[in-house]
Design a protein around this ligand. Sequence first.
Ligand SMILES: Cc1ncc(COP(=O)(O)O)c(C=O)c1O
Length: 911
Amino acid sequence: MKTGIGMEPQRIDHLFDSAEARFDQWRRLHKACQSWAGSVGKQGAAARKAASTALFGEIVPAEDFHAYPGARLLATLRDRIDGDDAMGATRLVQRISQALILRSYRRDASEWDAHDDPTGHADLTPLPTMEAGGRPYFEVLYVVPTPPARWPAYSQQVRRLRRSQDQFIYEPVFVGNLEDAVLATLLNPQIQAVVIHEGFPWASTHNLPLLSEVLGATLGVDPLTVGPGDHGLTLARVIKSVRPEVDLYLLDDCRPEDVVSDPAASGLRRVFYEVEEPLEVHLAILEGVDERYRTPYFDNLKKYAQKPMGTFHALPIARGKPVFRSDWIRDMGEFYGPTLFLAESSATTGGLDSLLEPTGNIKLAQDAAARAFGADKVFFVTNGTSTSNKMVYQALCQPGDIVIVDRNCHKSHHYGCVLAGAQPYYVEAFPLTAYSMYGSVPLRTIKKALLDLKAAGRLDKVRMLALTNVTFDGHLYDTRRVMEECLAIKPDLVFLWDEAWFGFGRFNWLYRRRTAMGARQQMTEWFADPRSLEAYLQQEKAFGADLDPADARLLDARLVPDPRLARIRVYQTNSTHKSMSSLRQGSMVLVGDQDFHHHEAPFHEAIFTHASTSPNLQIIASLDVARRQMELEGYELVTHAIALAIEIRKDINTHPLVSKYFRVLEPAEMIPAEFRPSGLASYTDPDVTWAQALEAFRHDEFVLDPTRLTLVCGTAGYDGTQFKGILAADYEIQLNKTSRNSVLLQTNINNTRSDVANLLRVLVEISRKIDAGLKDGGAPVQAAFAKRVKSLMEDVPGLPNFSRFHDRFRSDPSVSTLEGDMRSAFYMAYREECCEHLELHDPEVDRRIKEGPPLVSANFVIPYPPGFPIMVPGQVIEADTIEFMRKLDVKEIHGYDATLGLKLLRPDALA
Ligand SMILES: Cc1ncc(COP(=O)(O)O)c(C=O)c1O
C-alpha cells in the first residue's frame, strides 16, 4: 500500500493529514451512502453498501482519537449501515460531516445526539452539557489501563465535573496504551492536556509502522524490545518532545513524591495520587489551559481601553477625540473603529508597562513567550527583525570582533556589523544558478572559515556565527549539527539564527528539531548525558585535544565538542508578523545563552539604542496574542500549512495542463544531492513516504521547508517580476519574492483550501491562454515563445561570490582570512572627496579590473531580486560582479544610481 506524502490518507498513522483530509473522508462516505440510498436493484445496492461499509471501516480507527463524533454516534452509524438503513446512514453521515466542518459540535449538544430529531427522544446516556457560543472548547486525552467498556462511565464522570463558571469546556478522549496515546496527541490537535493513569500497556492493536519508526527515533527505543512495567513517564517524555505545549498530569497509586523526584517527571504539570478528588484534576486542567490563554499585556490593554481617561500628555489621537470630532478625518475613525483609539496611549502607567524596561505586563508577556518558544528570555521588538538583528549585533559584538556570516543574509546583518564595528567574514551559500538564487552555507565552508581563522591565530577574535534559517527559498539547516561542530573548534562561539521566517517552526515537531531553540534543548540534554563526554574522548584520541587546522580530515569528520568546555549560547530572531498573528513589525529576540548574565547590561544598551521610546501598543499586544494562539492552536495551524503546501505541490506538478508550463521545485532541484544523504528527492512522488521525509529532517545537512514553494514560471515565458505583477493585477494573488525565472509561494497559518483551489484555477486559466496563444499564433509565435523560455531558463547570469576586502580594510593583509573592517569603508564613503563614480558600461571599468587600481565599492549594492548585497563597502569589485550587474534586468537596485554609475572609493583615499 502506498502512503506517499502527497497521497490520500490510507493509514491511521499518516502523520500530516490536515483536518481537511478528515473532512474529505467523511464527505466521501456521505457520497457513498447517498449513492447507496439512491440505488435501484438489489445488486447495485449491495455493491454500494459494500463501498460505504469499506469507507466507514477506513474512517473508524482514526476517529477513536477524537471526541466527536464519539463511540455512540459511530455505533449508531454502524447499526444503520449493518441494518441496511441507507437513508438513515446518509442523514447521520451528513450531520456528522457538517458538524465537523462547522465545528458546531463544540457548542451545540444536539450534535452529539444519535437521533436525527432529538426532540422527544431521551438518550440513555446523558449528553454533554454545552451552550451556544461562549467558551473555548478543547479535548483532554485520558490514557487508562481499564478496558474500553469502562470508558463511557469515566467519560460521564468527567462531564459531570463541568461548572457554569468554568472558563473553558472540554470533552474527554480515551485510549488504552502508549502508542495510541502518542498517535492521538499527534493526530488530534484539539488535545490540550493528557491525564495519564499508570498501568497501561505499550503496544497498540492498530498496525502502526510509521509511528513505531517515529517513536524509535524520538526515544531511541525499539518498541519491540519494551517489556512490561509503568510507561507513564516514558509517555510524558514522548508527548513533551512532540507537543511540548500540552499539559501532562500523572495519576499514580504509588507515592507521588517518588515519581516527582524522577528527573523524567520534569515534563509533568502535576502528579496526583490516583484516588484524589477528580474535581482537583478538572480544576488543574482548566488552570493549565488558562495559563496559556492568559495574555497579560493584551488583557490589560482591553481593560485600559474601557476606562474613562483624561489625557494631558502626548498622542492626541489616543481616545480618538480629534478624529471623531473632526469633519476632515472622521473617516479614519469610522474605518478603524473607536477601539483602536481607546487602546492607544503614550503612558506607561495603568499596567501598560514600558517596553524599554519592562517590569509589569510586558515582562509577563515576554516570560510567557519564552515558555512558548523554548527560550530563557524573550525581548519584544516593535520595529521588525531588521531591528532585532541589529540589537543582537550591538549587544554581543565589540569593534574588531569577527562575525562569520552568510553573505546572502538580510541587510540588517550587514548594517549590524557596520554599527557594531564587527568585522564580517563572509561565507558563501551553495548557488542555485539555474534559478538565480542561493541555498545555505555548507557546514564544511563554515568549519573551514573557523579552522583558517585558527591557523591565522585569530580564532579568539571570532565572536559569532550568523545564519539564516529558513532561507527565503526554504533551506533549513541542521542547527544542532552546525552548532556542535562549530563548538568543537571554538567552544564559546555565539550563534545568531535569523529565523525571521521560521518562528512558527517551534510548533510542529517535524520542524522543531531544526529550530535554534529546539537544537539548543537537544544540545543541553546531550551535554548532560555522560555519553557526550565519551564521544568527545573518542574524538580526542583520533584528533588530539587541540584540533590542528591543517588536518584536512576535520572538514569531513562529524566533530563533537567537549561538553565540559562548550558553552551553549544561542540567539534567535523572528519576525512574528511573518508567520504568526502579529501586526506588521512585531518581532522577537529569543535568548538561550547560558552566559547571558555577562551580556545583560549590553543588551539593555542595545534596546535603549534601537527601540523607539514610543513603541506601538497594538504591536506589543499582538505579539502577546500571537503567542497565545501558537501555544493553543499552533500545532494544528502549522500542520495544516504543511499539508496545504504538499497539496499545492502535488496539484501543480501533476496537473496535465498546468505542469506543461509551471512546476514547483522539489528537494532534488533545491538541494544538491551531496547535502541529502537520505536521498529524499520529492515531496510529491507517490513512492516517497513520510518515513523518508522524517529521515531527511533527522539527518540531511539541508532540508527543504515544504511550505516554501518555488514556482518556476520561466517555462511559461514569464520572468519572476512579470509573473508576480500578473498574479497581483489580474488575479488578486499576492506573493513575495521573485527570481529571474521563478516566484516564491508560501503557505502560512492563514491559508485555506479555497486559496489552493483558487491558485490552481488561476494557473489553469493562464496555462490555457498560453496554450491557445501558441496554437493560434502558429510557428512564429511558438518560435518566439521557445526563445523567451530559453533565455529565461538557460541564459542565466552566474552568481558572483564575495571577492575580498581591500587591504586598506584588513587588520593584517598578510594573513589570508577574509574578514574586513567594513565600518571604516562605510564611513569613508561619507566624505565626498574620498568617492568617485564610474558608469557601469564605461570601458574604464574593465580596464581597471584588468590593470588596476582596483575598483573598491563605497557602499552596499543590493538588487531586488536577489535581495542580498552583491557589493559591500570596502569590497574589491571583480569581473563577475560587473558582468552580473550588466546582465541584471531588475529595476530596484538599492545603493546604485544608474545615472551616476558605481560609487567607488578613490584609489588615492585608499593609499
Ligand atoms: C532573513 C530575514 N531577516 C530579517 C528580515 C527583516 O525582518 P523585518 O521585515 O521583520 O524587519 C527579513 C525580511 O524580509 C528577512 O528575510
